[in-house]
Design a protein around this ligand. Structure first.
Ligand SMILES: Cc1ncc(C[n+]2csc(CCOP(=O)(O)OP(=O)(O)O)c2C)c(N)n1
Ligand SMILES: CC(=O)[C@@H](O)[C@H](O)COP(=O)(O)O
Ligand SMILES: [Mg+2]
Length: 684
């Protein structure tokens, strides 16, 4: 079946994932990159097919980033054949495309563990391998890091090659241009390889993408002579890349001389076929000898070698474990489009309290569409995460009100600020971890001017397999110290919808933070009115009234569900979780981090609370618990004499390694047992 699945092409192209580990004799002979140097060019070409098939097989086992890795197989082989890693430094941008790099640098047999607990990390990580020269995960850092390495090597008189591999999407991140500017200023020896696959997750947009399209439309190529000199010539036939879209609004195509990289001072070569091993060897062996900042532009196909991914590079950016079946069907889990985004029915009246749990990004996408239909002031911005943020439907139905700014979080925030000065109500949809990129803009451009911007912060909390680089565990801390900011944290899908509505309607800067993954299955009801700002809710009082210990368990956000279960254990004497007997628990859904419901805190204390515990999926340091502590210590009037014992349950002062979200919660004591244990310590 597998042989029948092969489609004829220059390289082998497959339509299904191999069911069993493919036979890879050349790949199996590589334990370090130096083993590559024994290969002939023909062997390297065959190795590329073996490696690609191995990646297909492995991705079927582990899931993870997919299309990008298939696109850089030949490039990775060429780099490790020509360079002497780890002395020569190879820096991957984002690093989601570094699976082939990991395979060729001694981790072939561990690739199936990638993104699993105690397995390989999703991205290059210095602690994992000497060949991983720089930890990545956030986009657009490679040129800055590579430049730093180059300048430090020059300062020490060490002549090693530094090569940065950056994608066309990552190039839209402003810091890439900051770094290029400095590289020219320093006249640094730096080899930048632009991996242009023209189809990233919604990054093939904007003026930069148009410039790259121009380089294609010009029909020219800047070749490299044997002496390393640029030679402008007609581009050889590269049919495989004919799909490159011509920007319809392009006017007459300027000549290749109008080259952005050349204009800022880089020696530019390209574009070349990034799947042509002999060409890559020829070009890169010459380019790495050229002094000063050099950029080699290659064209590749995202998802190369797997027909469904070549046809849908955005949908196959990341995947779950693929069904390793012989049929051509593929699980559509995780891949949504405007046509198949399931619509959420939102009943007018109360109905049973639960349904299948919904992804929070889906709830956000539904809110966007519902609100936009009712309020024409709503505009929505994403920095290159349309799919992940659940905005496909909104973009489809409200195209003039949807703004994908590419990987440009700083710009996204200040763009919203600019919009807000003109009487519209922008929403910035942004992952918590990526909002860190736009922090100064949030303070300086939004909060300081008290502009009406709503931040829909997705992936807040631990995100699982992407690991520490993508954890959204700092936003309470970095947001609550900013004047004018309101911060809401919903406990489930219904509260998410209602808090988005409340914060959107509020005239000022607000943030609603919610996690990666699904909620509890709570039914979403139509908001008849907005929530009271800052109001918390005592959702349950468990245990008997005359218990000697009275605990207020203050849960923030989706940790409420864990709080409920832990409270049951604590208040219920015969719980199998070895609960603490004789304790009454007030389970509080705090709902807001700023402003805190201090009135409720005072009331609870006056009612005889003896212990207070806060619970949040966030660093304890500076988090919501800190906010409660600050209030109790500095402002509470009820604590003049008795001071209840307080504990803050959250993430201690360390980064949490990748694994499933459940494994991460257990790792840092945020699973039910962990919370019960910490509560028992507090009560003992
Ligand atoms: C600062 C930041 N914003 C957003 C992302 C999410 N992200 C990961 S890969 C990617 C697209 C990268 O496109 P490109 O550099 O062209 O790589 P390709 O996937 O095409 O190989 C994005 C937006 C990120 N990792 N870092
Ligand atoms: C590499 C990168 O930064 C993105 O692909 C990220 O992994 C997406 O995360 P989600 O899967 O949570 O959307
Ligand atoms: Mg790309």
């Amino acid at each position: 079946m597998e042989s029948a699945a092969k489609l004829s092409s220059l390289q082998q192209t497959y339509a299904v994932i191999p069911r069993v580990r493919p036979h890879t004799p050349l790949l199996d002979a590589i334990n370090t990159p130096s083993d590559l140097k024994k290969f002939t060019t023909a062997q390297l070409i065959n190795l590329a097919d073996e490696l690609r098939l191995f990646l297909l097989y492995s991705a079927g086992q582990s899931g993870g980033h997919f299309g990008a890795n298939l696109g850089v197989v030949e490039l990775t082989i060429a780099l490790h054949y020509l360079l002497d890693a780890p002395q020569d430094q190879i820096v991957w941008d984002v690093g989601h495309q570094a699976y082939a790099h990991k395979v060729l640098t001694g981790r072939r047999d561990k690739l199936g563990t990638i993104r699993s607990k105690d397995g390989l990390t999703a991205f290059p990580e210095r602690a994992e391998s000497a060949y991983d020269t720089f930890g990545v995960g956030h986009s657009s850092t490679s040129i800055s890091a590579g430049l730093g390495m180059s300048l430090a090597l020059r300062y020490q008189g060490r002549a090693q090659t530094v090569a940065c591999i950056i994608g066309d999407g990552a190039m839209t991140g402003g810091m890439a241009f900051e770094a290029m500017n400095d590289a020219v200023q320093q006249d640094a020896d730096l080899l930048v390889i632009l991996n242009d696959n023209d189809m990233s997750i919604s990054c093939s947009i904007g003026g930069f993408s148009r410039h790259l399209a121009m380089l294609w439309e010009s029909g020219y190529q800047v070749d490299i002579s044997d002496a390393g000199e640029p030679v402008l010539c007609q581009r050889p036939d590269m049919q495989a890349f004919d799909r490159r879209k011509r920007h319809k609004e392009m006017r007459d195509v300027p000549q290749l001389e109008d080259n952005l990289f050349k204009a800022v001072g880089f020696t530019y070569f390209g574009p070349f076929d990034g799947h042509n091993v002999p060409e890559l060897l020829r070009v890169l062996s010459l380019a790495k000898q050229v002094k000063g900042p050099v950029l080699v532009h290659i064209y590749t196909t995202k998802g190369k070698g797997f027909a469904p991914a070549e046809l849908d590079p955005v949908g196959y950016h990341a995947i779950g474990k693929l069904p390793i079946e012989d049929d051509e069907a593929k699980s559509t889990e995780g891949r949504v489009s405007a046509t198949n985004t399931p619509k959420i029915d939102i009943p007018k009246a109360d109905i049973p309290k639960t349904r299948p749990a919904l992804k929070y990004s889906q709830v956000f996408g539904q809110f966007l569409c519902d609100k936009a239909a009712a309020d024409d002031k709503l505009l929505a911005i994403t920095p290159a995460m349309e799919e992940g943020s659940g905005m496909i439907d909104f973009a489809h139905h409200f195209p003039t009100r949807f703004f994908d700014v590419a990987i440009a979080e700083q710009h996204a925030v200040t763009l919203a600020a600019g919009m807000a000065t003109q009487g519209v109500k922008p929403i910035v949809a942004i992952y918590s971890t990526f909002l860190q990129r736009g922090y100064d803009q949030l303070i300086h451009d939004v909060a300081l001017q008290n502009l009406d911007v709503t931040f829909a912060i997705d992936r807040a909390g631990l995100v699982g397999e992407d690991g520490a680089t993508h954890a959204g565990v700092f936003d309470f801390a970095f947001l609550r110290c900013v004047p004018n900011m309101l911060i809401a944290a919903p406990k489930d899908e219904n509260e998410c919808y209602h808090l988005l509505n409340t914060c959107y309607e509020y005239q000022g800067c607000t943030a609603v933070r919610y996690p990666r993954g699904v909620g509890t299955g709570a039914i979403i009801t139509q908001p008849a009115q907005t929530y009271n700002i800052g109001e918390a809710v005592v959702e349950a009082v468990l245990g008997n009234d005359n218990a000697p210990n009275k605990l207020a368990l203050l849960a923030f956000g989706t940790m409420f569900a864990t709080a409920q279960q832990a409270a049951q254990a604590i208040a219920n004497d015969d719980s199998e979780l070895n609960a603490e007997p004789d304790c009454q628990v007030h389970v509080v859904n705090m709902r807001w981090v700023k402003p805190l419901d201090t009135k409720l805190l005072e009331t609870l204390i006056e009612q005889g609370i003896t212990h207070i515990a806060t619970l949040e999926e966030h660093m304890t340091m500076g988090g919501a618990g800190s906010a409660v502590n600050e209030y109790l210590l500095n402002e509470s009037l009820a604590f003049k004499n008795s001071r209840p014992a307080v504990c803050n349950i959250g993430i201690a002062d360390r980064f949490i390694a990748h694994g499933s979200q459940a494994e991460q919660w257990a790792d840092c004591g945020l699973d039910v047992q962990g919370v019960v244990d910490q509560l028992q310590n507090l009560l003992s």
